[in-house]
Design a protein around this ligand. Structure first.
Ligand code: AMP
Ligand code: ZN
Length: 478
C-alpha cells in the first residue's frame, strides 16, 4: 500500500490517509443535478474525483465508489430559496421533470465515457430513495432537531454546537446578515429544508388569486410524507444515500469548493445529528474552472459543454489533459489557447508513444533510471494528487535516454492514473501511396529541389497526413 497524503478540508491540512477498514475505501462523490448539460466546469470536478479514485486504486485500495444523481430538490438558491432546478428547466423545455432527468443522466454518462472517467460502483438516484430520506428526517424529528414552517420541515442548526465546522463558518456573521434572508419563518439563517411541501396553491387552485407572481406549476415529482405532500431537500438526499451504501461513518466525500459552505456543511449537520457519530473522515474539494477570472457556471451565462468542444473538433481527452495541467486545488482559467496547447501536447504525447520501438538490450543503468522515474511519479501522485508534476516528469522520461521498451512500460503504468488511453495508442497504418509520396519528397530534398519537395508536402497534407523531418529520417503522422 502506497502512503497517501491528501488535503482534508475538515482539518485544512495535508494528512496521511488512514482508511477505516484496512485496504478499503468508501468514496462518495456528489453527482450531477440533471436539469441540463453539465458544463466543463462541472466536469473538471468529476475529473479530479476520477483521478482521486484511480490514485486510491493504484495505491492498493479496493475502492467502493458511490455517485448520486440529483433528480429532485436542488433549488435555484442554495439556501432553500427559489424553485426546484428540475421543475424550472422542465417548464422551460416543455418536458416533464422525469423526462429531463432521464435525458441529462444519459448525457452525463456519455460525457463521462468520452472523458475516460471510471463509472462508479453504485449509481443512486434521489427519487429512488425517498423512503430512506423520510426515515432519516423522522430520526431527526424524534431527536428534536427539526421544526415545521408553512412550507416544510427545517433543520435547526442552533441545536448543533459545531455546526459549520467544515467551512469554519462565522455563525455570528451569518446571524448579522439574517435580515437579507428571504425566508422569514426560519429560526436561524443557516437552517435548511429537509422536506419541502409542494406549493399548496397548486393543490388548492381556489386560493390561487392570493399569491401574485408565484409559479403555479403542478410538480411532476412529489410524494406523500408524514408532513404532507412534497419533496426532499437536496442535502438530505446525499446524507441518506451515502450512509445507506457506505455506512454511518465512511472514508471520503468530495465535490466542488462551492459545496463546502452549504451542501456539505448541512450534510454533516444532519448526518451527525442523526447518528451521533462522525459522518466522514476526509473531505476533498476541487477548485473552480474559471473563465475571464469569473467562475464558469450556468447562471453566469458562460457555460461551455463537452458537446460544444467536440463540435469544434477537439478531442474530449484534450480537455482531460488540460485539467491535468493544474493542481485540483488551484483555479484553472479556461482559454481556447490553453485548450489548443493541451490538444497539441496530447497529440505529441501519442506520437512519442507511437514511436517507441526497442533500440538496444536493456541495461542495468536503464533499469535504475526507470525505477527513479517510477519513484518520482509515485511521489507526485501520492502528494495530494500532484498531476502537473506527474505530467512534467512523464515528458522528461519520454525525452530521456531510457531504453524505449522501458519507456513504454512506464507510460502504461502512468496512464492508469492519467486515463488518456496511452496504452491503446497504435502505430499508424500508412497507406502505400502516402509512403511513396514521402519517399519522393525525401529524394527531392536530397537533390535540393525545394519547390518540388514543398509541393509534395502540400499534397501529402491535402490527403490528411503530415510529414516531419527528424534526425532519423522522415516521420509521417495524421
Ligand atoms: P451541480 O450539477 O450543480 O450539482 O454541480 C456539479 C458539480 O460541479 C459540483 O460538485 C460543483 O461543485 C461543481 N462545479 C460547479 N461549477 C464549477 C466550476 N466552475 N468549476 C469546477 N466545478 C464546478
Ligand atoms: Zn451531495
Amino acid at each position: 500500500m502506497l502512503p497517501l497524503h491528501l488535503y482534508n478540508t475538515l482539518s485544512r491540512t495535508k494528512e496521511l490517509f488512514q482508511p477505516l477498514k484496512p485496504g478499503k475505501v468508501g468514496l462518495y462523490t456528489c453527482g450531477p443535478t440533471v436539469y441540463s448539460d453539465p458544463h466543463i466546469g462541472n466536469l473538471r470536478t468529476y475529473l479530479f474525483e476520477d483521478i482521486l479514485r484511480r490514485v486510491l486504486a493504484y495505491a492498493g485500495y479496493k475502492v467502493k465508489h458511490v455517485m448520486n444523481i440529483t433528480d429532485v430538490g436542488h433549488l435555484t438558491g442554495d439556501r432553500d430559496m427559489g424553485e426546484d432546478k428540475m421543475q424550472k428547466s422542465a417548464r422551460e423545455q416543455r418536458k416533464t421533470a422525469w423526462d429531463l432527468a432521464k435525458l441529462y443522466t444519459l448525457v452525463f454518462k456519455e460525457n463521462m465515457k468520452d472523458l475516460h472517467m471510471l463509472a462508479p460502483d453504485i449509481w443512486c438516484k434521489a427519487t429512488d430513495h425517498i423512503k430512506e430520506q423520510v426515515a432519516l428526517i423522522q430520526i431527526l424529528e424524534k431527536k428534536g432537531f427539526t421544526y415545521q414552517t408553512s412550507d416544510g420541515v427545517y433543520f435547526d442548526t442552533a441545536r448543533l454546537p459545531d455546526y459549520g465546522k467544515l467551512a469554519h463558518l462565522n455563525i455570528e456573521g451569518l446571524r448579522e446578515g439574517a435580515r437579507v434572508e428571504v425566508n422569514d419563518e426560519k429560526k436561524n439563517p443557516t437552517d435548511f429544508a429537509l422536506w419541502k411541501l409542494s406549493n399548496p396553491l397548486v393543490r388548492h387552485p381556489e386560493r390561487t388569486e392570493r399569491v401574485e407572481g408565484s409559479t403555479l406549476q403542478k410538480r411532476d415529482m412529489e410524494w406523500p410524507s408524514p408532513w404532507g405532500v412534497g419533496f426532499p431537500g437536496w442535502h438530505i438526499e446525499c446524507s441518506a444515500m451515502s450512509m445507506k451504501y457506505l455506512g454511518e461513518t465512511f472514508d471520503m466525500h468530495c465535490g466542488g469548493v462551492d459545496h463546502i459552505a452549504v451542501h456539505h456543511t448541512n450534510e454533516i449537520a444532519q448526518s451527525e445529528a442523526a447518528t451521533g457519530k462522525q459522518f466522514v473522515k476526509y473531505w476533498m474539494h476541487g477548485e473552480f474552472l474559471i473563465i475571464n477570472e469569473g467562475r464558469m457556471g450556468k447562471s453566469e451565462g458562460n457555460a461551455m459543454t463537452l458537446v460544444g468542444l467536440k463540435a469544434k473538433a477537439y478531442d474530449p481527452l484534450a480537455y482531460r489533459y488540460l485539467t491535468l495541467t493544474a493542481h485540483y486545488r488551484q483555479k484553472l482559467n479556461f482559454t481556447w489557447e490553453s485548450l489548443d496547447a493541451a490538444q497539441n501536447a496530447l497529440n505529441n504525447l501519442r506520437d512519442h508513444v507511437r514511436a517507441l520501438k526497442p533500440e538496444h538490450p536493456v541495461t542495468a543503468t536503464d533499469r535504475k533510471l526507470a525505477q527513479n522515474f517510477q519513484e518520482r511519479f509515485d511521489k507526485a501522485i501520492t502528494d495530494d494528487l500532484n498531476m502537473p508534476e506527474a505530467l512534467a516528469l512523464t515528458w522528461d522520461m519520454l525525452k530521456s535516454e531510457l531504453e524505449p521498451r522501458l519507456k513504454k512500460q512506464l507510460v502504461k503504468t502512468f496512464d492508469k492514473i492519467f486515463g488518456l488511453g496511452l496504452d491503446k495508442v497504435k502505430a499508424y497504418k500508412i497507406p502505400p501511396e502516402i509512403k511513396k509520396l514521402a519517399r519522393d519528397r525525401e529524394a527531392a530534398r536530397k537533390k535540393k529541389d525545394w519547390a518540388k519537395s514543398d509541393e509534395i508536402r502540400k499534397h501529402i497534407e491535402s490527403l490528411g497526413w503530415k510529414v516531419e523531418d527528424t534526425e532519423k529520417g522522415f516521420v509521417l503522422r495524421k
